[in-house]
Design a protein around this ligand. Structure first.
Ligand code: TYM
Length: 330
C-alpha cells in the first residue's frame, strides 16, 4: 500500500471544524487504501509561546480527537513528532538545501512575521516549513491530505525532495497534496472572508465545545442583509460558508440545499445546521473525553505508533546521511 502522512499542531485546546472537514475526514477515509501515519506535530507548536503543562495536555487532546473522529490506531500509526528524533535531524540537512529567499517567500511566514515584527518573530517560524518537509519526506509519503492553507508548504516539500534527488540521486518520494476543494477552506463564522483559525475563537466551531456553545456560535454567524439562501462566495461569504459546512456534514449537495431552503430564512438554516453539526460532533466529543479519561491508554497508543514508524524514519535518515557524505559511525 502507498504511504500517507499528515499532522496537526497541538496549539489549541480543541481542533475546529476546519481541521475536521479540511483534513481529518480525509484521514479517516484514506486509512483504508493507504498505509497512514498521523502525527501530533508538537515541535511545530513551539514556534508560539505556550505553557509547558498546557502543551502536554493539548498534545494528548489532539491525539484523542484523531481517534475520536475515526482514525483507527490498529490500522494507522498515531504518534507524537518529538518521540521520533529523526524529524529534527532531517530538518537540519534539508535546511542546508533551502534558499533563504525561498523560505522567506512562504506566505504564512510573511503574514505571521509581519504581524509580530522582526524581534517578535523567532527563527523557528522561518524554518517551520522545512520541519514539515522533513515530516513528510522521512516516510516516503506519496500523499498528504491537508487543507488549502498548506498547499504552498507542500510545494516546498516537493521542491526540496526533487532538489535533493537531483543533487544526490533518487532518495525521496515526491509527495502529492490531497486537497478536497469543497472543504479545503472553511471560513471564520464571524469574519467569513478569512479562514477559520485558532486565533479567532469566537468564529470557530470546536470539536470539544459544549453543544450549546456550538449552537450559539452558529446562530450568531455573520451573514448579509439579503434574505436569499444561495451560494455566492463573493457576495454572500457567510451563507456560502454555512452551506459548505452543511453540505459536507449532511451529504446533500449545495444545489439541493438551496432548493430545500427556498423561501426559508437564515434563522431556519442556522437552526438546522446547528442540529446537524451537534449531531456529528457530539459523539466525537464524547469519545474524545472518554479517551482523555485514560491517559495511560492514550500514551500506550502513542508509544506504539512511534515504535512502528521509528524504523522507517531511521532508515531514511541513514540513507540521507550517507548520500550527503556524512561519515557513518563505525
Ligand atoms: P494546522 O495544525 O494548522 O491544521 C491542521 C490541518 O487542518 C487544515 N485546516 C483547515 N482546513 C480547512 N479549513 C480551515 N479553515 C482549516 N484550518 C486548518 C490544515 O490545512 C491542516 O491540514 N503545518 C501544518 C501541520 C503539519 C503537517 C506536517 C501537515 C506539520 N507537518 C506534515 C501535513 C504534513 C499545520 O500547521 O496544520
Amino acid at each position: 500500500r502507498p504511504r500517507l502522512f499528515s499532522g496537526m499542531q497541538p496549539t489549541q485546546d480543541s481542533l475546529h471544524i476546519g481541521n475536521y472537514l479540511g483534513a481529518l475526514v480525509n484521514w479517516v477515509s484514506m486509512q483504508e487504501e493507504f498505509e497512514a501515519i498521523y502525527s501530533v506535530v508538537d515541535l511545530h507548536s513551539l514556534t508560539v509561546d505556550v505553557d509547558p503543562g498546557v502543551l502536554r495536555t493539548r498534545t494528548r487532546a489532539t491525539a484523542a480527537q484523531y481517534i475520536a473522529a475515526g482514525v483507527d490506531p490498529a490500522k494507522s500509526a498515531i504518534f507524537v513528532q518529538s518521540h521520533v528524533a529523526e524529524h529534527a535531524e532531517l530538518t537540519w540537512v534539508l535546511s542546508c538545501i533551502t534558499g533563504f529567499g525561498e523560505a522567506g517567500r512562504m506566505t504564512q511566514f510573511k503574514d505571521k512575521s509581519s504581524k509580530r515584527g522582526s524581534e517578535g518573530t523567532n527563527v523557528g517560524l522561518f524554518t517551520y516549513p522545512i520541519l514539515m518537509a522533513a515530516d513528510i519526506l522521512l516516510y516516503d509519503a506519496a500523499r498528504v491530505p491537508v487543507g488549502e492553507d498548506q498547499r504552498q508548504h507542500l510545494e516546498l516539500s516537493r521542491n526540496l525532495a526533487q532538489r535533493f534527488n537531483g543533487r544526490y540521486g533518487e532518495t525521496f518520494v515526491v509527495p502529492e497534496p490531497h486537497i478536497l476543494q469543497a472543504t479545503a477552506k472553511i471560513q471564520d463564522l464571524q469574519e467569513p472572508t478569512a479562514k477559520m483559525s485558532k486565533t479567532s475563537p469566537a468564529g470557530s466551531i470546536d470539536l470539544l465545545a459544549d453543544p450549546k456553545q456550538t449552537a450559539k456560535r452558529i446562530r450568531s454567524a455573520v451573514t448579509d442583509l439579503e434574505r436569499e439562501i444561495r451560494y455566492d462566495e463573493a457576495e454572500k461569504p457567510g451563507i456560502s460558508n454555512l452551506l459548505s459546512i452543511y453540505s459536507a456534514l449532511d451529504g446533500r449537495t449545495i444545489a439541493q440545499l438551496e432548493t430545500d431552503y427556498e423561501g426559508k430564512g437564515y434563522g431556519d438554516l442556522k437552526k438546522d445546521l446547528a442540529e446537524v453539526v451537534v449531531g456529528v460532533l457530539g459523539p466525537i466529543r464524547e469519545r474524545a473525553m472518554q479517551l482523555l479519561d485514560d491517559p495511560a491508554e492514550l500514551d500506550r497508543i502513542l508509544a506504539d505508533g512511534a515504535e512502528r514508524v521509528r524504523p522507517i524514519a531511521s532508515a531514511t535518515l541513514a540513507r540521507v546521511y550517507d548520500r550527503v557524505g556524512l561519515l557513518a559511525p563505525s
